[in-house]
Design a protein around this ligand. Structure first.
Ligand code: HEM
Length: 230
C-alpha cells in the first residue's frame, strides 16, 4: 500500500477511536449518578438490540469494529515508522524540528504507552476484573451476588497509584488526540487555507481537553470521596 493510503487508514481509524473514546467518556460520567445508574448502563450495553441479537451480540459486533480499527491503526503506524526509518540510514548530525509541538514528537512512544495502557485496562475492568483494593473483598463488590462494574471502579479509584496510572495514560491520550486530530485533518485535506489550519488545530486542542477532563473526573471524584461501598 502507498504511504498516502496508509496515512488515510490511520486517519480514518483514529477518528473512529475518537468517536469511541467520547462515548466511553460519557458512559463513565454516569458513575457520578451512582451504582444503579452506572450498572444499568453497563447491563444495557449487553442487552442492546435483544432479541434480534443474542445477549452481548451488539457489544461483540461493536468490539469487532474496534479490533479492526486497532489493527488498521497499528499496521499503518508501524509500516510508516519502519519506512521513515529506512528512508534515511545515516543519522542527522544536527536535527531540528522547526515548529513541531511536544505532542507531535510523542506520537510514536505515546502510542506505544497507550497500547500498553489499553492492555492493562482491559485486564483490569473487562477480562480479569482485578480488584486491587485490599480493603474490600470480592463479595463486597457484588450487588445481590452479581458483579458490579460500579463497585469495582469505585474500589479501584480509592487506590491513589491506580488513579496516577490512569492520569498518566490520560496525558498520553490527550497528546495523541491533540496531534492526531490535526494530522488526520491534514491527511484528509482539510488544512488547505490558513483558516482551515486554525480550525483543525483548535479542534485538536478542544477534543483533547474534553477527553482528558471528562475521563479524569470519575477517578478524581472517587479518590476525593465520591462513591460508596457498603
Ligand atoms: C479514567 C479513565 C477510564 C475509566 C474510568 C474507564 C472505565 C472502564 C470500565 C469500568 C470498563 C468496563 C465496562 C463494563 O464492564 O461495562 C471499561 C472498558 C473499556 N475501556 Fe475504559 N476507562 C477509562 C479510560 C479508557 C481509555 C482512555 C480507553 C481507550 C484509549 C478505554 C478503552 C476501553 C475499552 C476498549 C473497554 C472495553 C469495552 C468492552 O467491553 O468492549 N478506556 N473502561
Amino acid at each position: 500500500m502507498s504511504s498516502v493510503g496508509m496515512k488515510i487508514l490511520m486517519a480514518v481509524s483514529g477518528l473512529y477511536f475518537i468517536f469511541y473514546v467520547l462515548m466511553h467518556m460519557y458512559g463513565n460520567l454516569k458513575v457520578l449518578a451512582g451504582q444503579e445508574a452506572f450498572d444499568n448502563y453497563a447491563h444495557h450495553l449487553r442487552t442492546m438490540l435483544e432479541p434480534i441479537l443474542p445477549y452481548t451480540g451488539f457489544l461483540w459486533l461493536f468490539r469487532l469494529t474496534l479490533i479492526v480499527a486497532l489493527l488498521a491503526h497499528l499496521y499503518s503506524a508501524f509500516s510508516l515508522w519502519s519506512r521513515a526509518g529506512s528512508a534515511r540510514q545515516e543519522r542527522y548530525r544536527v536535527k531540528k524540528a522547526i515548529g513541531a509541538s511536544i505532542s507531535s514528537k510523542w506520537m510514536r512512544w505515546g502510542g506505544v504507552t497507550l497500547l500498553l495502557f489499553v492492555i492493562f485496562h482491559l485486564l483490569h475492568f473487562t477480562i480479569a476484573k482485578i480488584n486491587f483494593n485490599g480493603n474490600y473483598s470480592e463479595s463486597q463488590l457484588r450487588v445481590n451476588g452479581v458483579e458490579s462494574p460500579y463497585l469495582l471502579l469505585v474500589a479501584a479509584f480509592k487506590v491513589w497509584w491506580l488513579v496516577l496510572i490512569y492520569l498518566i495514560a490520560l496525558v498520553a491520550l490527550g497528546m495523541h488526540i491533540h496531534h492526531g486530530t490535526w494530522s488526520a485533518m491534514q491527511t484528509l485535506g482539510f488544512t488547505d487555507t490558513a483558516r482551515a489550519r486554525n480550525t483543525a488545530k483548535a479542534a485538536g486542542t478542544l477534543l483533547a481537553a474534553v477527553v482528558v477532563i471528562g475521563f479524569a473526573i470519575p477517578p478524581l471524584a472517587v479518590l476525593f470521596g465520591a462513591g460508596t461501598i457498603k
